[in-house]
Write a protein that binds this ligand. Sequence first.
Ligand SMILES: C[S@@+](CC[C@H](N)C(=O)[O-])C[C@H]1O[C@@H](n2cnc3c(N)ncnc32)[C@H](O)[C@@H]1O
Length: 231
Amino acid sequence: MTGGERAWAPRTAVLAVRAVADGEPTRWYEELWGEAARGQLDLPWSRTAPFPAVAELVAATGPGEGRRAVVVGAGLGADAEHLAVHGWATTAFDVAPSAVDLVTSRYPDSAVDYRVADLLDLPDDLVGVFDLVVEVFTLQALPATVRHRATTAVRSLLAPGGTLLVAQLVRERGAPSPAEPPWPLDEDEVRALATDEVHLDRLERRPLPGSPGGADLWVAVLHRDPPAGAG
Ligand SMILES: C[S@@+](CC[C@H](N)C(=O)[O-])C[C@H]1O[C@@H](n2cnc3c(N)ncnc32)[C@H](O)[C@@H]1O
Protein backbone atom coordinates (compact mmCIF):
# COMPACT_ATOMS: atom_id res chain seq x y z
CA MET A 1 0.00 0.00 0.00
CA THR A 2 1.33 3.50 -0.76
CA GLY A 3 1.40 6.40 1.70
CA GLY A 4 -1.46 8.03 -0.20
CA GLU A 5 -3.71 5.02 0.24
CA ARG A 6 -3.01 5.03 3.96
CA ALA A 7 -3.99 8.70 4.38
CA TRP A 8 -6.88 8.87 6.82
CA ALA A 9 -8.31 12.33 6.06
CA PRO A 10 -9.79 11.49 2.64
CA ARG A 11 -11.19 8.29 4.11
CA THR A 12 -13.16 10.29 6.72
CA ALA A 13 -15.08 12.02 3.96
CA VAL A 14 -16.07 8.76 2.26
CA LEU A 15 -17.12 7.01 5.45
CA ALA A 16 -18.80 10.03 7.05
CA VAL A 17 -20.90 11.02 4.05
CA ARG A 18 -22.18 7.44 3.79
CA ALA A 19 -22.96 7.14 7.51
CA VAL A 20 -24.69 10.53 7.72
CA ALA A 21 -26.81 9.65 4.67
CA ASP A 22 -27.84 6.46 6.47
CA GLY A 23 -28.88 8.51 9.53
CA GLU A 24 -26.04 7.06 11.66
CA PRO A 25 -23.76 10.07 12.24
CA THR A 26 -21.34 8.32 14.59
CA ARG A 27 -21.03 4.96 12.79
CA TRP A 28 -18.03 5.97 10.71
CA TYR A 29 -15.76 6.54 13.68
CA GLU A 30 -15.48 2.84 14.46
CA GLU A 31 -15.08 2.14 10.73
CA LEU A 32 -12.21 4.65 10.55
CA TRP A 33 -10.50 3.69 13.81
CA GLY A 34 -10.96 -0.02 12.95
CA GLU A 35 -9.13 0.44 9.66
CA ALA A 36 -6.37 2.32 11.47
CA ALA A 37 -6.13 -0.39 14.13
CA ARG A 38 -5.74 -3.01 11.40
CA GLY A 39 -2.89 -0.97 9.87
CA GLN A 40 -4.86 -0.08 6.74
CA LEU A 41 -4.65 3.67 7.51
CA ASP A 42 -2.27 6.00 9.31
CA LEU A 43 -3.45 6.80 12.82
CA PRO A 44 -5.96 9.67 12.79
CA TRP A 45 -5.63 12.62 15.19
CA SER A 46 -2.37 11.14 16.46
CA ARG A 47 -0.81 14.04 18.38
CA THR A 48 0.95 13.11 21.60
CA ALA A 49 1.19 16.65 23.05
CA PRO A 50 -1.76 18.21 24.84
CA PHE A 51 -3.79 20.68 22.86
CA PRO A 52 -2.36 24.15 23.70
CA ALA A 53 -5.62 25.46 25.20
CA VAL A 54 -5.80 22.37 27.42
CA ALA A 55 -2.22 22.80 28.60
CA GLU A 56 -2.91 26.49 29.34
CA LEU A 57 -6.03 25.72 31.36
CA VAL A 58 -4.31 22.97 33.33
CA ALA A 59 -1.42 25.31 34.11
CA ALA A 60 -3.82 28.08 35.19
CA THR A 61 -6.01 25.76 37.28
CA GLY A 62 -3.15 24.13 39.17
CA PRO A 63 -2.89 20.48 40.12
CA GLY A 64 -6.09 18.47 40.00
CA GLU A 65 -5.50 17.02 43.48
CA GLY A 66 -7.90 14.21 42.73
CA ARG A 67 -10.68 16.31 41.29
CA ARG A 68 -12.51 14.63 38.44
CA ALA A 69 -11.94 15.45 34.77
CA VAL A 70 -13.41 13.98 31.61
CA VAL A 71 -12.24 14.12 28.01
CA VAL A 72 -14.99 13.85 25.40
CA GLY A 73 -14.09 12.00 22.18
CA ALA A 74 -10.68 11.21 23.61
CA GLY A 75 -9.11 9.73 20.47
CA LEU A 76 -5.48 8.83 21.14
CA GLY A 77 -5.42 10.32 24.61
CA ALA A 78 -2.94 13.22 24.60
CA ASP A 79 -5.26 15.52 26.56
CA ALA A 80 -6.39 12.82 28.99
CA GLU A 81 -2.81 11.80 29.76
CA HIS A 82 -1.85 15.42 30.40
CA LEU A 83 -4.72 15.83 32.87
CA ALA A 84 -3.86 12.60 34.68
CA VAL A 85 -0.19 13.58 34.98
CA HIS A 86 -1.34 16.82 36.61
CA GLY A 87 -3.33 15.10 39.29
CA TRP A 88 -6.80 14.96 37.76
CA ALA A 89 -8.75 11.74 38.28
CA THR A 90 -9.44 11.42 34.59
CA THR A 91 -12.07 9.57 32.62
CA ALA A 92 -11.80 9.68 28.83
CA PHE A 93 -14.38 8.24 26.51
CA ASP A 94 -14.76 7.61 22.83
CA VAL A 95 -17.60 6.15 20.80
CA ALA A 96 -15.20 3.91 18.85
CA PRO A 97 -14.07 0.72 20.62
CA SER A 98 -11.03 0.55 18.31
CA ALA A 99 -9.94 4.02 19.46
CA VAL A 100 -10.15 2.87 23.06
CA ASP A 101 -8.14 -0.27 22.22
CA LEU A 102 -5.50 1.85 20.49
CA VAL A 103 -5.18 4.35 23.32
CA THR A 104 -4.94 1.70 26.01
CA SER A 105 -2.19 0.01 23.96
CA ARG A 106 -0.44 3.34 23.55
CA TYR A 107 -0.50 4.04 27.31
CA PRO A 108 -0.58 0.59 28.98
CA ASP A 109 0.27 2.00 32.42
CA SER A 110 -2.06 4.95 32.21
CA ALA A 111 -3.95 6.24 35.22
CA VAL A 112 -6.78 7.34 32.91
CA ASP A 113 -10.07 5.45 32.94
CA TYR A 114 -10.54 4.99 29.19
CA ARG A 115 -13.94 3.75 28.16
CA VAL A 116 -16.30 3.33 25.26
CA ALA A 117 -19.27 5.69 25.52
CA ASP A 118 -21.43 7.68 23.16
CA LEU A 119 -21.82 11.39 23.87
CA LEU A 120 -25.29 11.14 22.32
CA ASP A 121 -26.32 8.40 24.76
CA LEU A 122 -24.32 9.02 27.91
CA PRO A 123 -24.23 6.45 30.70
CA ASP A 124 -25.82 7.82 33.88
CA ASP A 125 -22.61 7.61 35.91
CA LEU A 126 -20.93 10.24 33.70
CA VAL A 127 -23.65 12.85 34.06
CA GLY A 128 -23.15 15.82 36.38
CA VAL A 129 -20.00 14.59 38.12
CA PHE A 130 -16.96 16.27 36.54
CA ASP A 131 -15.07 19.27 37.89
CA LEU A 132 -13.40 19.74 34.50
CA VAL A 133 -14.80 18.80 31.09
CA VAL A 134 -12.45 18.95 28.09
CA GLU A 135 -13.90 18.88 24.63
CA VAL A 136 -11.52 19.33 21.69
CA PHE A 137 -12.85 18.88 18.14
CA THR A 138 -15.66 16.47 19.00
CA LEU A 139 -18.71 18.76 18.62
CA GLN A 140 -17.45 19.58 15.13
CA ALA A 141 -17.01 15.86 14.47
CA LEU A 142 -20.79 15.47 14.53
CA PRO A 143 -23.09 16.97 11.88
CA ALA A 144 -25.33 19.96 12.54
CA THR A 145 -28.41 17.69 12.72
CA VAL A 146 -27.25 16.43 16.15
CA ARG A 147 -25.50 19.59 17.34
CA HIS A 148 -28.10 20.57 19.91
CA ARG A 149 -28.09 17.06 21.41
CA ALA A 150 -24.30 16.98 21.45
CA THR A 151 -24.00 20.42 23.04
CA THR A 152 -26.55 19.57 25.71
CA ALA A 153 -24.71 16.33 26.45
CA VAL A 154 -21.31 18.02 26.79
CA ARG A 155 -22.79 20.50 29.26
CA SER A 156 -24.51 17.72 31.20
CA LEU A 157 -21.15 16.24 32.21
CA LEU A 158 -20.40 19.23 34.47
CA ALA A 159 -20.68 18.94 38.22
CA PRO A 160 -21.90 22.01 40.09
CA GLY A 161 -19.03 24.51 40.09
CA GLY A 162 -17.28 22.64 37.27
CA THR A 163 -15.35 24.15 34.34
CA LEU A 164 -15.84 23.33 30.67
CA LEU A 165 -13.20 23.93 27.98
CA VAL A 166 -14.30 23.74 24.36
CA ALA A 167 -12.01 24.10 21.32
CA GLN A 168 -13.57 24.03 17.87
CA LEU A 169 -12.83 25.30 14.38
CA VAL A 170 -14.59 28.50 13.37
CA ARG A 171 -17.41 28.63 10.85
CA GLU A 172 -18.35 32.17 9.83
CA ARG A 173 -21.93 33.20 10.61
CA GLY A 174 -24.16 32.39 7.67
CA ALA A 175 -21.61 30.10 5.97
CA PRO A 176 -23.16 26.79 4.97
CA SER A 177 -22.35 23.70 7.02
CA PRO A 178 -20.04 21.53 4.88
CA ALA A 179 -21.16 18.21 3.42
CA GLU A 180 -18.10 16.47 4.88
CA PRO A 181 -16.43 16.61 8.31
CA PRO A 182 -15.35 18.61 10.12
CA TRP A 183 -18.52 20.61 10.71
CA PRO A 184 -17.15 23.77 12.43
CA LEU A 185 -19.23 25.93 14.78
CA ASP A 186 -20.29 29.52 14.31
CA GLU A 187 -20.16 31.96 17.20
CA ASP A 188 -23.85 31.54 18.05
CA GLU A 189 -23.39 27.78 18.35
CA VAL A 190 -20.49 28.26 20.76
CA ARG A 191 -22.42 30.82 22.80
CA ALA A 192 -25.34 28.38 22.91
CA LEU A 193 -23.25 26.20 25.24
CA ALA A 194 -24.24 28.66 27.97
CA THR A 195 -27.54 28.42 29.84
CA ASP A 196 -29.03 29.97 32.98
CA GLU A 197 -26.75 27.71 35.04
CA VAL A 198 -23.69 27.42 32.79
CA HIS A 199 -21.94 30.70 32.10
CA LEU A 200 -19.48 31.72 29.41
CA ASP A 201 -16.36 33.08 31.13
CA ARG A 202 -14.20 33.50 28.06
CA LEU A 203 -14.55 33.18 24.30
CA GLU A 204 -11.49 33.71 22.13
CA ARG A 205 -10.92 33.38 18.44
CA ARG A 206 -7.35 32.33 17.68
CA PRO A 207 -5.36 30.95 14.76
CA LEU A 208 -5.31 27.16 14.73
CA PRO A 209 -1.83 26.08 15.90
CA GLY A 210 0.20 24.79 12.97
CA SER A 211 -2.07 26.44 10.43
CA PRO A 212 -0.53 29.90 9.85
CA GLY A 213 -2.83 32.07 7.77
CA GLY A 214 -5.32 29.21 7.73
CA ALA A 215 -8.18 28.16 9.93
CA ASP A 216 -9.23 29.87 13.15
CA LEU A 217 -10.28 28.28 16.38
CA TRP A 218 -12.83 29.07 19.10
CA VAL A 219 -11.57 28.53 22.62
CA ALA A 220 -14.40 28.83 25.13
CA VAL A 221 -14.28 28.42 28.90
CA LEU A 222 -17.52 28.08 30.84
CA HIS A 223 -18.50 27.17 34.38
CA ARG A 224 -21.58 25.70 36.02
CA ASP A 225 -23.03 27.51 39.03
CA PRO A 226 -21.67 26.13 42.31
CA PRO A 227 -23.96 24.11 44.55
CA ALA A 228 -26.60 26.15 46.35
CA GLY A 229 -25.18 27.52 49.60
CA ALA A 230 -21.53 27.18 48.51
CA GLY A 231 -19.55 30.26 49.38
C1 LIG B 1 -11.90 14.88 15.53
S1 LIG B 1 -11.54 13.53 16.61
C2 LIG B 1 -10.70 14.41 17.93
C3 LIG B 1 -10.02 13.48 18.88
C4 LIG B 1 -9.35 14.19 20.07
N1 LIG B 1 -10.29 14.92 20.86
C5 LIG B 1 -8.24 15.10 19.59
O1 LIG B 1 -8.39 16.32 19.68
O2 LIG B 1 -7.22 14.57 19.13
C6 LIG B 1 -13.15 13.21 17.31
C7 LIG B 1 -13.17 12.02 18.23
O3 LIG B 1 -14.46 11.94 18.81
C8 LIG B 1 -14.91 10.61 18.76
N2 LIG B 1 -16.37 10.70 18.71
C9 LIG B 1 -17.15 11.05 17.66
N3 LIG B 1 -18.44 11.03 18.01
C10 LIG B 1 -18.49 10.68 19.31
C11 LIG B 1 -19.54 10.45 20.22
N4 LIG B 1 -20.83 10.60 19.85
N5 LIG B 1 -19.24 10.09 21.48
C12 LIG B 1 -17.94 9.92 21.87
N6 LIG B 1 -16.91 10.08 21.03
C13 LIG B 1 -17.17 10.47 19.75
C14 LIG B 1 -14.27 10.02 17.52
O4 LIG B 1 -14.16 8.61 17.53
C15 LIG B 1 -12.90 10.70 17.54
O5 LIG B 1 -11.97 9.96 18.28
